[in-house]
Design a protein around this ligand. Structure first.
Ligand SMILES: [Mg+2]
Length: 230
């Protein structure tokens, strides 16, 4: 039924958001002497939102947003040592182990026998390619596409480049905003595999399988079984 099955990477193939949230917690701790937790969170989110158009998604933009927020919320009193700690948190995220989600390796191995598999992810090219390599999953994929934003136009361009018709394409991912809605917009099929944590800037309201025609699976390991029934 499908020629190509494409997977999102972060929080679909491996854990990611939990690492961002752990650093986020450390950042709240760093500024706790200056402000209430909710205020720091709101300011950081606002800075991240503002910086997306300048630095894009990923760890580097997150680090710069934390530094900028720290400078703003301490009125310039944040120390060089504290800024170094923020930078080191970012380095820890980039160099840390890539822990794949349960059943991912086995599922990809099974599906690679019958389908062309692809990764479509957004963010920093260096970081994402390095994670694919460190995950040990790279051999299953015939292509890894890193785009700056997962819009309908970005998916259309990827499909055109690989000469895949939307009817023959399936996207699998954890983000309704990035992995499901733009793909449904193209008329292609999409499977949502939710992850327990969702970044505030990835949340969408009023979207359901009934309104937007996608499938929900509890785990990526359920995908081969799902494909046999479609
Ligand atoms: Mg994701």
């Amino acid at each position: 039924m499908f020629d190509v099955i494409a997977f999102d990477a972060d929080d679909t193939l491996w854990h990611c958001e939990r690492d961002f949230q752990a650093v986020h917690e450390s950042f709240l701790g760093l500024l706790s002497a200056f402000h209430e937790r909710e205020w720091i969170e709101a300011r950081l989110l606002e800075t991240e939102r503002r910086n997306l158009g300048t630095f894009g998604y990923g760890v580097k933009g997150f680090v710069i947003s934390m530094i900028e927020t720290a400078v703003e919320l301490t009125e310039g009193r944040v120390t060089g040592q504290e800024i170094q700690r923020i930078v080191d948190w970012g380095k820890g995220m980039v160099h840390g182990p890539v822990e794949t989600l349960p059943g991912v390796a086995e599922t990809l191995e099974t599906l690679a026998k019958s389908h062309k598999l692809m990764v479509i992810t957004k963010g920093d090219l260096f970081d994402q390619e390095s994670k694919v390599a460190r995950s040990g999953l790279g051999g299953h994929f015939s292509a890894v596409e890193v785009v700056s934003e997962k819009t309908e136009a970005a998916y259309r361009a990827v499909l055109a480049r690989h000469r895949v018709h939307p009817d023959r394409f399936l996207m699998v991912g954890n983000s309704l905003k990035s992995d499901i809605l733009p793909v449904r917009g193209l008329g292609a099929r999409a499977v949502h595999v939710p992850y327990p944590l969702t970044w505030a800037l990835e949340r969408v309201e009023g979207v359901s399988p009934a309104t937007h025609g996608y499938q929900v699976l509890e785990s990526l390991a359920d995908l081969p079984g799902f494909l046999q029934t479609t």
